[in-house]
Design a protein around this ligand. Structure first.
Ligand code: 13P
Length: 251
């Protein structure tokens, strides 16, 4: 097993206009060029309209680029959607699929997420497949079963550590300021690692990110956990100082 490089990913969601995005991305790019944390990959996932502009700003800096969603097909009559080859052409190496906001707001099922991840892989992109239970599911003691089911349904056949990142994002921790407890994160990430072995090759090499109210104040504790290989950061990724502080918190 190779050492897993940590991945700190910023999911900007539906935030940012060009001028502020360029300032944020160039700030992070120049910090990374000057004194990047060792063994850490930094990834920005801006909204689709900003992928090109952010890509130009970060080119050559080491900051990686990703999309927030892609369609399961490479092209066609799908108004408003974006295809994985379009993201790849724009400089992306990654795409988030199955974020809980897409699962909830767009009724995306596990098979849809798996088809999107497969499309991402066909376009040469690494799929960041998101899983995570709702608060009601956790309260009923179903968190592990829900995540196991999501993994089984959302990881396409033929996946490997080279094509796949998993993001565990408990729905109730997203945007609430209420991160999952350290113990719960450790337990769930270990569970995900075991489950991954059933669905892809090289489970020990897959990066498993935690997401949900990651902030400079809790990042160090979370990132020190054995099976936490990075973070998927929402709100705090929109503030250069906060996102950078999270990156610097890596073990
Ligand atoms: P917050 O960091 O704002 O809680 O969002 C997490 C998230 O959904 C990242 O994909």
């Amino acid at each position: 097993m190779a050492e897993r490089r940590l991945l700190i990913a910023g999911n900007w969601k539906m935030n940012g206009l060009r001028s502020e995005a360029v300032v944020l991305a160039s700030d992070l790019a120049s910090r990374l060029q000057q004194s990047g944390p060792d063994g850490v990959d930094l990834l920005l996932c801006p909204p689709a309209t900003l992928v090109w502009a952010v890509g130009q700003v970060v080119e050559g800096s080491g900051v990686l680029l990703g999309g927030q969603d892609c369609h399961a097909e490479a092209k066609g009559a799908h108004t408003g959607d974006i295809a994985a080859p379009m993201l790849a052409e724009a400089g992306c190496g990654f795409v988030i699929v199955g974020h809980s906001e897409r699962r909830q707001n767009h009724r995306e099922s596990d098979p849809v997420v798996a088809a999107k991840a497969a499309a991402a892989n066909r376009a040469g992109l690494t799929a960041i497949i998101c899983v995570g239970e709702t608060e009601a599911e956790r309260d009923r003691g179903e968190a592990k079963a829900v995540v196991a089911r999501q993994l089984a349904g959302s990881i396409p056949p033929g996946s490997s550590a080279a094509t796949t990142v998993i993001a565990y994002e408990p729905v109730w921790a997203i945007g609430t300021g209420r991160s999952a407890s350290i113990g719960d994160v450790a337990e769930m990430h270990a569970h995900i690692r075991v489950e991954l072995d059933r669905h892809l090759t090289g489970a020990l090499d897959v990066r498993i990110l935690y997401g949900g109210s990651v902030k400079p104040g809790n990042a160090r504790e979370l990132l020190a956990l054995a099976d936490v290989d990075g973070a998927l950061v929402g709100g705090a990724s929109l503030v250069a100082d906060d996102f950078w502080a999270i990156a610097l918190s890596c073990r």
